[in-house]
Design a protein around this ligand. Structure first.
Ligand code: ADP
Ligand code: MG
Length: 486
Protein backbone atom coordinates (compact mmCIF):
# COMPACT_ATOMS: atom_id res chain seq x y z
CA UNK A 1 0.00 0.00 0.00
CA UNK A 2 2.66 2.45 1.14
CA UNK A 3 4.80 1.28 -1.70
CA UNK A 4 2.28 2.09 -4.41
CA UNK A 5 1.49 5.40 -2.78
CA UNK A 6 5.12 6.37 -2.92
CA UNK A 7 5.30 5.31 -6.51
CA UNK A 8 2.28 7.46 -7.16
CA UNK A 9 4.05 10.53 -5.76
CA UNK A 10 7.14 9.74 -7.74
CA UNK A 11 5.18 9.57 -10.91
CA UNK A 12 3.55 12.90 -10.28
CA UNK A 13 6.75 14.93 -10.34
CA UNK A 14 7.90 13.08 -13.40
CA UNK A 15 4.63 13.66 -15.09
CA UNK A 16 4.71 17.36 -14.27
CA UNK A 17 8.22 17.65 -15.64
CA UNK A 18 7.35 15.75 -18.78
CA UNK A 19 4.47 18.10 -19.41
CA UNK A 20 6.80 21.04 -18.94
CA UNK A 21 9.25 19.52 -21.37
CA UNK A 22 6.57 19.27 -24.02
CA UNK A 23 5.96 23.00 -23.87
CA UNK A 24 9.65 23.82 -23.64
CA UNK A 25 10.46 21.66 -26.65
CA UNK A 26 7.95 23.60 -28.75
CA UNK A 27 9.65 26.83 -27.80
CA UNK A 28 13.28 25.93 -28.47
CA UNK A 29 15.34 24.60 -31.31
CA UNK A 30 16.16 20.97 -30.91
CA UNK A 31 19.87 21.44 -30.32
CA UNK A 32 19.35 23.78 -27.35
CA UNK A 33 16.62 21.60 -26.01
CA UNK A 34 18.85 18.56 -26.14
CA UNK A 35 21.84 20.33 -24.62
CA UNK A 36 20.09 22.01 -21.74
CA UNK A 37 17.03 19.94 -20.97
CA UNK A 38 18.01 16.34 -21.59
CA UNK A 39 20.40 16.24 -18.64
CA UNK A 40 17.81 17.55 -16.17
CA UNK A 41 16.24 15.07 -13.76
CA UNK A 42 13.04 15.82 -11.89
CA UNK A 43 13.53 14.86 -8.25
CA UNK A 44 10.46 15.69 -6.26
CA UNK A 45 7.32 17.72 -6.01
CA UNK A 46 6.53 19.05 -2.56
CA UNK A 47 4.41 21.98 -1.45
CA UNK A 48 3.93 22.92 -5.06
CA UNK A 49 7.69 23.21 -5.54
CA UNK A 50 9.19 21.11 -8.27
CA UNK A 51 12.84 20.28 -7.68
CA UNK A 52 14.97 19.49 -10.68
CA UNK A 53 18.52 18.24 -10.58
CA UNK A 54 21.08 19.91 -12.82
CA UNK A 55 24.59 18.56 -13.39
CA UNK A 56 26.63 21.63 -12.37
CA UNK A 57 26.69 25.17 -11.06
CA UNK A 58 27.40 26.40 -14.57
CA UNK A 59 24.41 24.55 -15.89
CA UNK A 60 22.23 26.15 -13.26
CA UNK A 61 23.51 29.63 -14.08
CA UNK A 62 22.96 29.09 -17.77
CA UNK A 63 19.37 28.04 -17.21
CA UNK A 64 18.70 31.01 -14.95
CA UNK A 65 20.24 33.35 -17.46
CA UNK A 66 18.59 32.05 -20.63
CA UNK A 67 15.55 29.97 -19.89
CA UNK A 68 14.14 31.23 -16.63
CA UNK A 69 11.14 33.01 -18.15
CA UNK A 70 10.18 29.98 -20.15
CA UNK A 71 10.73 27.69 -17.19
CA UNK A 72 8.63 29.82 -14.88
CA UNK A 73 5.81 30.05 -17.37
CA UNK A 74 5.62 26.33 -17.92
CA UNK A 75 5.84 25.60 -14.21
CA UNK A 76 2.95 27.97 -13.56
CA UNK A 77 0.97 26.35 -16.33
CA UNK A 78 1.43 23.01 -14.70
CA UNK A 79 1.25 23.89 -11.01
CA UNK A 80 -0.81 27.05 -10.91
CA UNK A 81 0.26 30.60 -9.98
CA UNK A 82 1.97 29.49 -6.78
CA UNK A 83 3.95 26.75 -8.43
CA UNK A 84 7.68 27.14 -8.02
CA UNK A 85 10.89 25.64 -9.21
CA UNK A 86 13.92 24.72 -7.20
CA UNK A 87 17.27 23.42 -8.38
CA UNK A 88 19.33 20.71 -6.88
CA UNK A 89 22.83 21.32 -8.17
CA UNK A 90 25.39 18.54 -8.32
CA UNK A 91 28.65 20.07 -7.14
CA UNK A 92 31.93 18.63 -8.31
CA UNK A 93 33.17 18.03 -4.79
CA UNK A 94 36.26 20.24 -4.68
CA UNK A 95 36.72 19.59 -0.98
CA UNK A 96 35.16 16.18 -0.78
CA UNK A 97 35.73 13.11 -2.84
CA UNK A 98 32.07 12.51 -3.60
CA UNK A 99 29.84 14.95 -5.44
CA UNK A 100 27.14 16.57 -3.35
CA UNK A 101 24.13 18.68 -4.14
CA UNK A 102 22.90 22.06 -3.00
CA UNK A 103 19.36 23.32 -3.36
CA UNK A 104 18.56 26.83 -4.52
CA UNK A 105 15.32 28.52 -5.47
CA UNK A 106 14.91 30.37 -8.75
CA UNK A 107 15.62 34.07 -8.79
CA UNK A 108 13.21 36.88 -9.37
CA UNK A 109 15.08 38.85 -11.97
CA UNK A 110 12.12 39.86 -14.14
CA UNK A 111 10.41 41.59 -11.25
CA UNK A 112 13.05 44.31 -11.14
CA UNK A 113 12.50 45.75 -14.60
CA UNK A 114 10.04 48.49 -15.43
CA UNK A 115 8.23 48.96 -18.72
CA UNK A 116 9.04 52.00 -20.85
CA UNK A 117 6.99 55.02 -19.98
CA UNK A 118 6.01 58.11 -21.87
CA UNK A 119 7.67 61.24 -20.56
CA UNK A 120 6.11 64.67 -20.74
CA UNK A 121 9.38 66.11 -22.04
CA UNK A 122 11.13 65.81 -25.32
CA UNK A 123 14.38 64.01 -24.83
CA UNK A 124 15.36 64.47 -28.44
CA UNK A 125 15.40 68.22 -28.22
CA UNK A 126 19.17 68.11 -28.31
CA UNK A 127 19.11 70.81 -25.72
CA UNK A 128 21.49 70.07 -22.89
CA UNK A 129 19.48 71.86 -20.28
CA UNK A 130 16.49 69.69 -21.12
CA UNK A 131 18.22 66.47 -20.43
CA UNK A 132 16.83 64.40 -17.62
CA UNK A 133 19.22 64.78 -14.75
CA UNK A 134 18.37 61.38 -13.50
CA UNK A 135 21.00 58.68 -13.25
CA UNK A 136 18.49 55.90 -13.56
CA UNK A 137 17.03 57.04 -16.80
CA UNK A 138 18.08 55.50 -20.06
CA UNK A 139 17.00 57.91 -22.81
CA UNK A 140 15.16 56.25 -25.68
CA UNK A 141 13.32 57.79 -28.61
CA UNK A 142 10.38 59.23 -26.77
CA UNK A 143 9.93 56.59 -24.20
CA UNK A 144 12.32 56.14 -21.35
CA UNK A 145 12.87 53.29 -19.02
CA UNK A 146 13.11 53.95 -15.34
CA UNK A 147 15.33 51.51 -13.55
CA UNK A 148 13.41 50.29 -10.55
CA UNK A 149 16.59 49.94 -8.46
CA UNK A 150 14.99 46.95 -6.81
CA UNK A 151 17.09 44.09 -5.55
CA UNK A 152 15.51 40.77 -6.42
CA UNK A 153 16.64 39.07 -3.25
CA UNK A 154 14.62 41.46 -1.05
CA UNK A 155 11.39 39.62 -1.81
CA UNK A 156 8.43 38.76 0.40
CA UNK A 157 9.45 35.15 -0.01
CA UNK A 158 12.74 35.92 1.70
CA UNK A 159 11.17 38.09 4.40
CA UNK A 160 10.34 36.05 7.46
CA UNK A 161 7.18 36.92 9.29
CA UNK A 162 7.16 37.16 13.08
CA UNK A 163 5.41 39.03 15.86
CA UNK A 164 8.06 41.68 15.40
CA UNK A 165 6.87 42.66 11.92
CA UNK A 166 3.37 41.28 11.46
CA UNK A 167 1.50 44.54 11.03
CA UNK A 168 4.11 46.12 8.77
CA UNK A 169 4.39 43.02 6.65
CA UNK A 170 0.69 42.48 6.14
CA UNK A 171 0.08 46.16 5.44
CA UNK A 172 2.93 46.00 2.93
CA UNK A 173 1.41 42.96 1.32
CA UNK A 174 -1.98 44.63 1.07
CA UNK A 175 -0.36 47.65 -0.55
CA UNK A 176 1.41 45.43 -3.07
CA UNK A 177 -1.92 43.86 -4.07
CA UNK A 178 -3.62 47.19 -4.43
CA UNK A 179 -1.09 50.00 -4.76
CA UNK A 180 -2.57 53.45 -4.15
CA UNK A 181 -5.98 52.00 -3.43
CA UNK A 182 -5.71 51.08 0.25
CA UNK A 183 -5.90 53.38 3.27
CA UNK A 184 -2.17 52.77 3.76
CA UNK A 185 -0.98 55.68 1.68
CA UNK A 186 1.66 56.61 2.49
CA UNK A 187 2.85 53.44 4.12
CA UNK A 188 5.37 54.62 6.68
CA UNK A 189 7.74 51.94 7.98
CA UNK A 190 10.07 52.70 10.84
CA UNK A 191 12.62 50.93 13.03
CA UNK A 192 16.18 51.04 14.30
CA UNK A 193 18.90 49.94 11.86
CA UNK A 194 19.15 46.44 10.51
CA UNK A 195 15.58 45.36 11.21
CA UNK A 196 14.31 45.07 7.65
CA UNK A 197 12.98 48.45 6.49
CA UNK A 198 14.87 48.39 3.22
CA UNK A 199 14.06 44.73 2.67
CA UNK A 200 10.33 45.09 3.31
CA UNK A 201 9.95 48.27 1.29
CA UNK A 202 11.68 46.61 -1.65
CA UNK A 203 9.58 43.47 -1.22
CA UNK A 204 6.49 45.60 -1.74
CA UNK A 205 8.04 47.02 -4.90
CA UNK A 206 8.91 43.59 -6.26
CA UNK A 207 5.47 42.26 -5.45
CA UNK A 208 3.83 45.17 -7.25
CA UNK A 209 5.96 44.32 -10.28
CA UNK A 210 4.84 40.71 -10.05
CA UNK A 211 1.18 41.66 -9.78
CA UNK A 212 1.21 44.61 -12.16
CA UNK A 213 4.14 44.43 -14.57
CA UNK A 214 2.93 47.57 -16.33
CA UNK A 215 3.38 49.77 -13.25
CA UNK A 216 6.48 51.85 -12.86
CA UNK A 217 8.11 51.25 -9.51
CA UNK A 218 11.04 53.23 -8.21
CA UNK A 219 13.10 52.62 -5.11
CA UNK A 220 15.34 55.48 -4.11
CA UNK A 221 17.40 56.23 -1.03
CA UNK A 222 16.81 59.68 0.43
CA UNK A 223 20.46 60.65 -0.06
CA UNK A 224 20.18 59.82 -3.73
CA UNK A 225 16.95 61.77 -4.05
CA UNK A 226 18.58 64.76 -2.36
CA UNK A 227 21.67 64.55 -4.53
CA UNK A 228 19.60 64.41 -7.71
CA UNK A 229 17.65 67.41 -6.62
CA UNK A 230 20.83 69.38 -5.90
CA UNK A 231 22.20 68.40 -9.32
CA UNK A 232 18.99 69.48 -11.01
CA UNK A 233 19.13 72.86 -9.32
CA UNK A 234 22.73 73.26 -10.40
CA UNK A 235 21.95 72.48 -14.02
CA UNK A 236 18.72 74.44 -13.88
CA UNK A 237 16.28 71.64 -14.70
CA UNK A 238 14.32 71.23 -11.54
CA UNK A 239 11.14 70.86 -13.57
CA UNK A 240 12.44 67.73 -15.22
CA UNK A 241 13.32 66.38 -11.83
CA UNK A 242 9.81 66.97 -10.57
CA UNK A 243 8.19 65.59 -13.76
CA UNK A 244 10.30 62.51 -13.51
CA UNK A 245 9.10 61.72 -10.01
CA UNK A 246 5.52 62.60 -10.81
CA UNK A 247 5.17 59.82 -13.33
CA UNK A 248 6.12 57.03 -10.93
CA UNK A 249 3.28 54.68 -9.89
CA UNK A 250 4.88 53.32 -6.76
CA UNK A 251 7.53 55.49 -5.17
CA UNK A 252 9.63 54.03 -2.38
CA UNK A 253 11.84 56.48 -0.50
CA UNK A 254 14.17 54.86 1.98
CA UNK A 255 15.47 56.55 5.15
CA UNK A 256 13.37 59.69 4.85
CA UNK A 257 14.82 60.99 8.14
CA UNK A 258 17.83 62.10 6.10
CA UNK A 259 15.63 64.92 4.77
CA UNK A 260 15.99 66.52 8.17
CA UNK A 261 17.16 70.11 7.89
CA UNK A 262 17.13 70.04 4.08
CA UNK A 263 14.39 72.57 3.52
CA UNK A 264 14.61 72.92 -0.25
CA UNK A 265 14.53 69.19 -0.82
CA UNK A 266 11.63 68.87 1.61
CA UNK A 267 9.82 71.53 -0.33
CA UNK A 268 10.18 69.76 -3.67
CA UNK A 269 9.31 66.44 -2.09
CA UNK A 270 6.16 68.00 -0.66
CA UNK A 271 4.98 68.84 -4.17
CA UNK A 272 5.86 65.44 -5.55
CA UNK A 273 4.09 63.80 -2.63
CA UNK A 274 0.91 65.81 -3.16
CA UNK A 275 0.84 65.15 -6.87
CA UNK A 276 1.31 61.41 -6.49
CA UNK A 277 -1.11 61.10 -3.62
CA UNK A 278 -3.81 63.00 -5.48
CA UNK A 279 -3.40 60.80 -8.51
CA UNK A 280 -3.81 57.69 -6.40
CA UNK A 281 -0.20 56.63 -6.69
CA UNK A 282 1.41 54.72 -3.86
CA UNK A 283 4.08 56.14 -1.56
CA UNK A 284 6.18 54.02 0.73
CA UNK A 285 8.52 55.74 3.16
CA UNK A 286 10.94 54.37 5.69
CA UNK A 287 12.52 56.10 8.63
CA UNK A 288 14.45 55.46 11.82
CA UNK A 289 11.68 57.07 13.90
CA UNK A 290 7.89 57.41 13.83
CA UNK A 291 6.62 60.67 12.29
CA UNK A 292 5.91 62.26 15.69
CA UNK A 293 9.52 61.92 16.74
CA UNK A 294 11.13 63.11 13.52
CA UNK A 295 13.08 66.32 14.00
CA UNK A 296 13.97 68.93 11.41
CA UNK A 297 11.07 68.15 9.10
CA UNK A 298 8.41 70.63 8.11
CA UNK A 299 5.11 70.19 9.97
CA UNK A 300 3.15 70.02 6.70
CA UNK A 301 5.25 67.04 5.59
CA UNK A 302 4.96 65.33 8.96
CA UNK A 303 1.20 65.71 8.93
CA UNK A 304 1.09 64.02 5.52
CA UNK A 305 3.24 61.16 6.74
CA UNK A 306 0.48 60.48 9.25
CA UNK A 307 -2.23 60.26 6.60
CA UNK A 308 -1.69 56.61 5.91
CA UNK A 309 -0.36 53.92 8.19
CA UNK A 310 2.77 53.99 10.33
CA UNK A 311 4.04 50.56 11.27
CA UNK A 312 7.22 49.60 13.06
CA UNK A 313 9.61 46.68 12.83
CA UNK A 314 10.96 45.32 16.07
CA UNK A 315 13.78 43.02 17.08
CA UNK A 316 12.76 39.48 16.13
CA UNK A 317 12.41 36.88 18.86
CA UNK A 318 14.61 33.79 18.99
CA UNK A 319 12.32 31.65 16.87
CA UNK A 320 12.10 34.27 14.16
CA UNK A 321 15.85 34.79 14.24
CA UNK A 322 16.36 31.09 13.64
CA UNK A 323 13.86 31.14 10.79
CA UNK A 324 15.68 34.10 9.21
CA UNK A 325 19.01 32.28 9.36
CA UNK A 326 17.47 29.13 7.91
CA UNK A 327 15.98 31.08 5.04
CA UNK A 328 19.28 32.73 4.34
CA UNK A 329 21.09 29.38 4.19
CA UNK A 330 18.39 27.95 1.98
CA UNK A 331 18.67 30.92 -0.36
CA UNK A 332 22.43 30.49 -0.63
CA UNK A 333 22.16 26.73 -0.94
CA UNK A 334 24.24 26.07 2.15
CA UNK A 335 23.81 23.58 4.92
CA UNK A 336 24.90 23.93 8.52
CA UNK A 337 24.19 21.99 11.73
CA UNK A 338 21.05 23.21 13.44
CA UNK A 339 22.81 23.62 16.78
CA UNK A 340 25.16 26.14 15.21
CA UNK A 341 22.26 28.14 13.81
CA UNK A 342 20.64 28.10 17.19
CA UNK A 343 23.85 29.19 18.83
CA UNK A 344 24.13 32.22 16.54
CA UNK A 345 20.47 33.15 16.90
CA UNK A 346 20.73 32.83 20.65
CA UNK A 347 23.82 34.99 20.97
CA UNK A 348 23.18 37.77 18.50
CA UNK A 349 20.18 39.75 19.53
CA UNK A 350 20.91 43.28 18.37
CA UNK A 351 19.54 43.18 14.84
CA UNK A 352 19.15 41.06 11.75
CA UNK A 353 22.03 42.62 9.87
CA UNK A 354 24.51 41.61 12.58
CA UNK A 355 22.99 38.17 12.67
CA UNK A 356 23.52 37.74 8.95
CA UNK A 357 26.97 39.27 9.23
CA UNK A 358 27.94 36.61 11.77
CA UNK A 359 26.56 33.88 9.55
CA UNK A 360 28.54 35.13 6.57
CA UNK A 361 31.81 35.39 8.47
CA UNK A 362 31.28 31.92 9.83
CA UNK A 363 30.79 30.53 6.34
CA UNK A 364 33.80 32.45 5.06
CA UNK A 365 35.96 31.17 7.93
CA UNK A 366 34.90 27.64 7.30
CA UNK A 367 35.50 27.69 3.57
CA UNK A 368 38.77 29.64 3.73
CA UNK A 369 40.29 27.42 6.39
CA UNK A 370 38.52 24.32 5.13
CA UNK A 371 37.15 23.64 8.58
CA UNK A 372 33.72 22.21 9.11
CA UNK A 373 31.12 24.44 10.70
CA UNK A 374 30.83 23.56 14.38
CA UNK A 375 29.70 25.27 17.55
CA UNK A 376 33.35 25.61 18.51
CA UNK A 377 34.15 27.50 15.31
CA UNK A 378 31.06 29.64 15.84
CA UNK A 379 32.15 30.46 19.37
CA UNK A 380 35.65 31.47 18.30
CA UNK A 381 34.27 33.59 15.52
CA UNK A 382 31.69 35.23 17.73
CA UNK A 383 34.32 36.20 20.29
CA UNK A 384 36.19 38.16 17.66
CA UNK A 385 33.01 39.42 16.09
CA UNK A 386 31.64 40.81 19.30
CA UNK A 387 34.97 42.37 20.23
CA UNK A 388 35.41 44.19 16.95
CA UNK A 389 31.87 45.46 16.87
CA UNK A 390 32.24 46.76 20.44
CA UNK A 391 31.90 50.45 20.89
CA UNK A 392 35.03 52.51 21.40
CA UNK A 393 35.78 52.98 25.07
CA UNK A 394 35.22 56.57 26.15
CA UNK A 395 36.59 58.57 29.08
CA UNK A 396 33.06 58.89 30.45
CA UNK A 397 32.60 55.16 30.36
CA UNK A 398 35.90 54.58 32.16
CA UNK A 399 34.94 57.06 34.88
CA UNK A 400 31.67 55.29 35.38
CA UNK A 401 33.28 51.86 35.70
CA UNK A 402 35.92 53.11 38.14
CA UNK A 403 33.41 54.97 40.31
CA UNK A 404 30.98 52.05 40.29
CA UNK A 405 33.78 49.81 41.40
CA UNK A 406 34.61 51.99 44.41
CA UNK A 407 30.98 52.91 44.90
CA UNK A 408 31.49 56.66 44.73
CA UNK A 409 29.46 59.17 42.68
CA UNK A 410 30.85 59.85 39.19
CA UNK A 411 30.89 63.63 39.55
CA UNK A 412 33.19 63.40 42.56
CA UNK A 413 36.03 62.77 40.07
CA UNK A 414 35.35 66.15 38.56
CA UNK A 415 35.10 67.92 41.87
CA UNK A 416 37.94 69.73 43.59
CA UNK A 417 38.05 67.32 46.49
CA UNK A 418 41.41 65.90 47.59
CA UNK A 419 39.98 63.05 49.63
CA UNK A 420 42.26 60.08 49.32
CA UNK A 421 39.84 57.56 47.80
CA UNK A 422 38.60 60.07 45.29
CA UNK A 423 42.08 61.15 44.28
CA UNK A 424 42.88 57.52 43.68
CA UNK A 425 39.76 56.96 41.60
CA UNK A 426 40.60 60.05 39.58
CA UNK A 427 44.14 58.80 39.00
CA UNK A 428 42.84 55.41 37.89
CA UNK A 429 40.38 57.04 35.49
CA UNK A 430 43.31 58.98 34.00
CA UNK A 431 45.42 55.86 33.78
CA UNK A 432 42.75 53.84 31.94
CA UNK A 433 41.88 56.75 29.68
CA UNK A 434 45.51 56.97 28.65
CA UNK A 435 45.59 53.23 28.07
CA UNK A 436 42.27 52.70 26.27
CA UNK A 437 41.41 55.91 24.46
CA UNK A 438 43.17 57.96 21.85
CA UNK A 439 42.64 61.14 23.84
CA UNK A 440 45.65 63.39 24.51
CA UNK A 441 46.95 63.92 28.05
CA UNK A 442 45.51 67.44 27.97
CA UNK A 443 42.05 66.18 27.00
CA UNK A 444 42.11 63.49 29.65
CA UNK A 445 43.10 66.05 32.27
CA UNK A 446 40.31 68.37 31.17
CA UNK A 447 37.72 65.62 31.58
CA UNK A 448 39.06 64.36 34.89
CA UNK A 449 38.67 67.27 37.28
CA UNK A 450 40.03 70.00 34.97
CA UNK A 451 43.68 69.10 35.54
CA UNK A 452 46.64 69.74 33.25
CA UNK A 453 48.62 67.21 31.25
CA UNK A 454 51.41 66.99 33.84
CA UNK A 455 48.90 65.83 36.45
CA UNK A 456 47.75 63.07 34.12
CA UNK A 457 51.32 61.96 33.51
CA UNK A 458 51.95 61.94 37.24
CA UNK A 459 48.78 59.88 37.80
CA UNK A 460 49.87 57.27 35.27
CA UNK A 461 53.29 56.96 36.96
CA UNK A 462 51.71 56.65 40.38
CA UNK A 463 49.36 53.90 39.24
CA UNK A 464 52.20 52.00 37.57
CA UNK A 465 54.30 52.25 40.74
CA UNK A 466 51.47 51.00 42.91
CA UNK A 467 50.82 48.07 40.58
CA UNK A 468 54.43 47.06 41.09
CA UNK A 469 54.45 47.45 44.85
CA UNK A 470 50.95 46.93 46.19
CA UNK A 471 49.28 43.56 45.64
CA UNK A 472 45.86 44.65 46.80
CA UNK A 473 45.99 47.59 44.46
CA UNK A 474 47.07 45.39 41.59
CA UNK A 475 43.97 43.24 42.11
CA UNK A 476 41.76 46.35 41.92
CA UNK A 477 43.41 47.40 38.71
CA UNK A 478 42.98 44.01 37.12
CA UNK A 479 39.34 43.74 38.11
CA UNK A 480 38.49 47.19 36.83
CA UNK A 481 40.39 46.45 33.64
CA UNK A 482 38.19 43.40 33.08
CA UNK A 483 35.04 45.41 33.60
CA UNK A 484 36.18 48.08 31.17
CA UNK A 485 36.94 45.52 28.51
CA UNK A 486 33.75 43.60 29.11
P1 ADP B 1 17.17 48.41 7.67
O1 ADP B 1 16.85 48.99 6.34
O2 ADP B 1 16.04 48.49 8.65
O3 ADP B 1 18.44 48.93 8.25
P2 ADP B 1 17.57 45.99 6.15
O4 ADP B 1 16.29 45.94 5.40
O5 ADP B 1 18.76 46.47 5.39
O6 ADP B 1 17.39 46.84 7.48
O7 ADP B 1 17.82 44.55 6.79
C1 ADP B 1 19.11 44.11 7.18
C2 ADP B 1 19.31 42.68 6.76
O8 ADP B 1 18.46 41.84 7.48
C3 ADP B 1 18.98 42.46 5.29
O9 ADP B 1 19.91 41.57 4.73
C4 ADP B 1 17.60 41.83 5.31
O10 ADP B 1 17.42 40.96 4.23
C5 ADP B 1 17.63 41.08 6.63
N1 ADP B 1 16.29 40.99 7.25
C6 ADP B 1 15.71 41.89 8.06
N2 ADP B 1 14.50 41.49 8.47
C7 ADP B 1 14.29 40.28 7.91
C8 ADP B 1 13.23 39.32 7.95
N3 ADP B 1 12.10 39.53 8.66
N4 ADP B 1 13.38 38.18 7.24
C9 ADP B 1 14.49 37.95 6.53
N5 ADP B 1 15.53 38.80 6.45
C10 ADP B 1 15.45 39.95 7.13
MG1 MG C 1 17.88 50.42 5.26
Amino acid sequence: MLHTEMEGIKELHQEVWENCLKVIRDNLNYQSFKTWFFPIKPIKLENNILTIQVPSQFFYEWLEEHYITLLKKTIRNELGPNGRLEYSIVMDGAYTSTPYTVNVPTSNRKATTNPSVQMPIDLNAGNKSKEIPNPFVIPGLKKIQVQSQLNESYSFDNFIEGDCNRLARSAGYAVACNPGKTAFNPLFLYSAVGLGKTHLSQAIGLQVKNNFPEKTVLYVATEQFTQQFIDSVRSNNQNDFVHFYQMIDVLIIDDIHFLSGKEKTQDVFFHIFNHLHQKGKQLILTSDKPPVELKGLEPRLLSRFKWGLSADLQIPDLETRIAILKKRLYKDGIDMPFEVLEYLAYNITSNVRELEGALISLMAQSSLNKKSITIELARQMLEKFVKTSQKEISIDFIQKVVCDYFDIPVDSINSKTRKRDIVQARQLAMYYSKKHTKASLATIGLHCGNKDHATVLHACRTVNNLIETDRQFRTYVEEIEKRIKF
